[in-house]
Design a protein around this ligand. Structure first.
Ligand code: WQD
Length: 325
C-alpha cells in the first residue's frame, strides 16, 4: 500500500516514515525542509520537496494516488504560538485545510493527523483520557483542536475517515540510530538537557521546584517517538479495516519529573549538566499524564521504549558525538 507522509522529514515525521517502511509500505515524503532535514530522508522512500501552503503542489503530489495520508507538518512550539498566532494559524490551520481539500479532491482517505495533548489545557483530572474537556490554553493547542474539528466535519460530510493522535511529550530517538537530524534550537526538556550535557548551552533552567508534585518540579508523560510512530501504522490499519475514525491519546501513562529526568541524564551521560532553579514558566501545569487505555484496547498499542532510561540513552547517542568540551 502507498502512504503519503506530509512533514515526513521532521523529528516525529521521519520516525513515522521509518515505521511505515518497516511495515512494508511504499512511502512518499512531502516536506518543505523548513524544520525537517534532508538527512532524515530514507533511500527506500520517495521524496517530494513541497509546501502545504501551495495547494497546487499538494495537488500534484496527490495525483500519484495513495491509500492514506499522514499529516505532521505544523509549527509546534507552544510558547512561540502565543507570540506569533498569525504564523501558527496560517501553517497549522490554513495548511491543514489545503491538505484536506486536496486529499478530498484526490480521493485520499484516511488522514492520520498529528494532534497533541495541548488540546486539553490544564488537567481537570488525571490521568487525562479522551473525554477530558478540551480547553486549550495556548494557541498551538487551539490550532490542533480546530483541525480535529475540521476532520470530524469532513468525515461526516465527505466520508473522509481519520485518526487524530494526541501526543503527550514525544522524546527519544530511533533505537537503531537510523534518524540523523538533531532539532535546531529545541524548546523541549530532553533535547535542552542534552545541549547542556555537550556544552552547547551553559546550564539548564528548571522552571519551578514549588509545584505540588513529589519533588516540586513539573511532571510530564514522556513517550518514545518510535512508540508514537508505531501507533500511526496501527491506527491507519484500524481505520481502514473498520472504516471508522479514531481519536486517541498516546502517552506512556507514567509521569517523570524534571529533576528525575536531569538525574537520569547525569547518570547515563556521565556529564555534570549544571541546573539552576528558576521561577515557574507561564502556562505550565504541575502534572500531565495520559490515559492511553483506548489505544491499548483498540490498537493493542503498548509502548516498548518509553521508559526514562531508553528515552535518555537514545537521545544521548544522538548528542554525544557533538560534545564540545
Ligand atoms: C516539559 C517540562 C517544563 C524546558 C510542550 C508543548 C506540547 C507538546 C510537548 C507538541 C515542563 C520543564 C522545560 C526547560 C524546564 N508539543 N522544562 N526547563 O511544555 O510539557 O509541552 O511540548 O505537541 O504541546 O506545550 O514540554 O519539554 O517544554 O516541558 O524546566 O528548559 O520540562 O516546565 O515541566 P511541555 P517541555
Amino acid at each position: 500500500m502507498k502512504i503519503l507522509i506530509i512533514g515526513g522529514a521532521g523529528y516525529i515525521g521521519s520516525h513515522v516514515a521509518r515505521a511505515f517502511l518497516d511495515h512494508g509500505y511504499e512511502v512518499t515524503v512531502f516536506d518543505n525542509l523548513q524544520t525537517g532535514f534532508r538527512e532524515n530522508l530514507f533511500e527506500d522512500a520517495r521524496f517530494v520537496h513541497g509546501d502545504i501552503m501551495h495547494p497546487e503542489q499538494l495537488r500534484a503530489v496527490m495525483a500519484g494516488g495513495y491509500d492514506g495520508c499522514v499529516h505532521l507538518a505544523a509549527l509546534k512550539a507552544a510558547g512561540q504560538s502565543m507570540l506569533h498566532p498569525d504564523a501558527y494559524a496560517e501553517s497549522n490551520i490554513s495548511g491543514a485545510i489545503n491538505i484536506l481539500n486536496q486529499a478530498s479532491a484526490a480521493g485520499i482517505s484516511p488522514i492520520i493527523f498529528s494532534s497533541s495533548a495541548a488540546v486539553y489545557g490544564s488537567p481537570q483530572y488525571l490521568p487525562i483520557d479522551e473525554s477530558h474537556p478540551k480547553e486549550p490554553e495556548n494557541f498551538y493547542g487551539f490550532t490542533k483542536l480546530e483541525v480535529e474539528r475540521l476532520l470530524d466535519w469532513y468525515d461526516r460530510l465527505k466520508g473522509m475517515r481519520y485518526a487524530a493522535i494526541r501526543y503527550f511529550n514525544a522524546a527519544g530517538y530511533d533505537v537503531q540510530g537510523r534518524i540523523k537530524g538533531l532539532e535546531l534550537n529545541p524548546e523541549n526538556l530532553l533535547p535542552i538537557v542534552m545541549e547542556v550535557a555537550v556544552g552547547i548551552r551553559e546550564k539548564l533552567s528548571v522552571f519551578g521546584d514549588d509545584y505540588p508534585t513529589r519533588d516540586g518540579s513539573g511532571i510530564r508523560d514522556y513517550v518514545h517517538v518510535s512508540d508514537l510512530a508505531e501507533a500511526h501504522v496501527t491506527a491507519f490499519e484500524y481505520v481502514v479495516k473498520h472504516d471508522k475514525s479514531l481519536v486517541i491519546n498516546l502517552g506512556s501513562q507514567t509521569g517523570v519529573s524534571v529533576l528525575e529526568m536531569v538525574e537520569r541524564a547525569r547518570a547515563i551521560t556521565g556529564m555534570p549538566i549544571p541546573a539552576e532553579i528558576r521561577g515557574r514558566r507561564a502556562g505550565d501545569p504541575a502534572e500531565l499524564v495520559a490515559s492511553s487505555s483506548k489505544a491499548l484496547e483498540l490498537l493493542g498499542w503498548v509502548p516498548k521504549y518509553s521508559d526514562v532510561d531508553t528515552l535518555v540513552s537514545t537521545t544521548w547517542k544522538m548528542y554525544e558525538k557533538h560534545v564540545s568540551r
